[in-house]
Design a protein around this ligand. Structure first.
Ligand SMILES: *[C@@H]1O[C@H](CO)[C@@H](O)[C@H](O)[C@H]1NC(C)=O
Length: 402
């Protein structure tokens, strides 16, 4: 461009007549040129500045990103710390829960003590209280223990599928494995030690039953296996099987409406059996429209039904239950397995009231029990949790009125 203008200027000089005119034009053009050059210089500087600013900005953002990354990892560490703290709090809660003694079955006695302490003026009330006390005492059964907490947990092994059942005959100490939710085979181990030492189910005696067991709700007591049989389109049956002779000794029909199952979270459990010296207990749902769990007391020898109760414990969110000394403990969980807890208690002698029994939490495992079987001699529970065989040792407490 400069060249072109220089050419213009030199040409202009040759025409002397118009010299002034051209001189003026030239000055004007030169000034414009200078202005343009200035502006270009400015642009150049600006673009340079922008460029450096851009570079600075990039550097800054990179630094900020690094900072954020550090921050993130710090936050992550904080979160981990918080999780550990939550764990610790939960452990402490477990401890507190085990330390808390249940107030179950002591409601009347408590009230009398409270009256003394508060020095209530109503002596008339006290007389009434005493009457009720005597009435309650007359209803005490020969069984004297209730659960006060879970002392310890032991994970023995992991065999079989996520759902199943295992139990130990309190009399023979033999261990029985019910893999899955139905089948006609069970595995018998001579002892707990044999079971824990063996690889899978090798080293066990497999017992083939004459019919299928339905659901992880069987019971073994004194050499007998009690199991639920439910074939298509047929009523539910309770079968008593002699493990020694390998033959069925008794069967009894147990009509339930439709295909109702007892625990909402374990729909494979058709009904749940528990056996001990006191007899045979059956937890079941009379019909699908019935929201609560029913309890039947049967004669362990003949399978006669002796009595039936509505436990008033909901089936909704129940995963398992067990019977200790005529008291039903129903264990609840959530669909996304969290901590199992005993949240409903029913005593056939009306000694333990659900509202007053404490929540008993299972040690933190975030599992779901497919079954929980109580062993009355050892006072422990045999649990099947996601394929793990677990033993829960329980702490017991005497019923105060006994
Ligand atoms: C348990 O049952 C599952 C299927 O339900 C099967 O795959 C597995 O082999 C069984 N385990 C044993 C030890 O029987």
């Amino acid at each position: 461009m400069k060249l072109l203008f220089a050419l213009l200027i030199s040409t202009a000089r040759t025409f002397t007549g118009a010299q002034y005119y051209y001189q003026g034009l030239m000055d004007y053009l030169e000034n414009r040129l200078l202005a343009i050059e200035d502006r270009m210089q400015l642009w150049h500087e600006q673009s340079h500045r922008y460029h450096t600013e851009m570079k600075d900005f990039k550097k800054l953002t990179a630094e900020a990103m690094d900072g954020l990354k550090n921050h993130h990892s710090m936050l992550f560490k904080d979160l981990e710390g918080a999780a550990a703290r939550v764990d610790r709090v939960e452990q402490e809660m477990d401890y507190v829960e085990t330390q808390m003694s249940p107030r179950a079955c002591t409601n009347r006695a408590d009230k009398v003590v409270e009256q003394d302490a508060w020095e209530l003026e109503e002596s008339r009330g006290e007389e009434e209280e005493e009457e009720e006390w005597e009435e309650l005492q007359s209803r005490v059964s020969d069984c004297v223990e209730i659960i006060s907490g879970i002392r310890s947990v032991k994970i023995m092994k992991r065999v079989g599928s996520p759902k199943g059942m295992w139990t130990r005959d309190p009399r023979s100490s033999k261990v029985y494995i019910f893999n899955g939710t139905s089948g006609n085979t069970i595995y018998q181990f001579k002892s707990l030690l044999d079971f824990s030492r063996s690889l899978g189910v090798t080293g066990s005696r497999s017992i083939r039953l004459p019919s299928e067991w339905s659901g992880p709700g069987s019971a073994v007591y004194n050499g007998y296996l009690y199991y639920i049989k439910q074939e298509a389109e047929a009523d539910m049956q309770v079968v008593k099987y002699d493990l020694l002779s390998g033959s069925v000794t008794e069967t009894a029909m147990f009509p339930v409406e439709g295909r109702a199952t007892v625990y909402n979270l374990n729909p494979e459990t058709v009904a749940d059996l528990a056996a001990d010296d006191g007899g045979l207990w059956l937890l079941y749902a009379p019909s699908d429209s019935e929201p609560t769990i029913s309890l039947a007391k049967m004669d362990a020898a003949t399978l006669d039904i002796e009595q039936i109760w509505d436990t008033r414990c909901p089936r909704e969110n129940a995963e398992a239950a067990f019977v200790v000394c005529g008291t039903v403990y129903v264990v609840y969980n959530t669909r996304l397995a969290s901590r199992s807890r005993v949240q409903c208690v029913f005593d056939v002698n009306d000694m333990v009231l659900s509202e007053e029994a404490p929540l008993i939490y299972f040690p933190r495992r975030y599992g779901a029990h497919a079954s929980l079987k109580y062993n009355p001699e050892e006072k422990q529970l045999y649990g099947w949790d996601d394929g793990y065989q677990i033993i829960y040792r329980l702490t017991m407490k005497r019923k105060l009125l006994a």
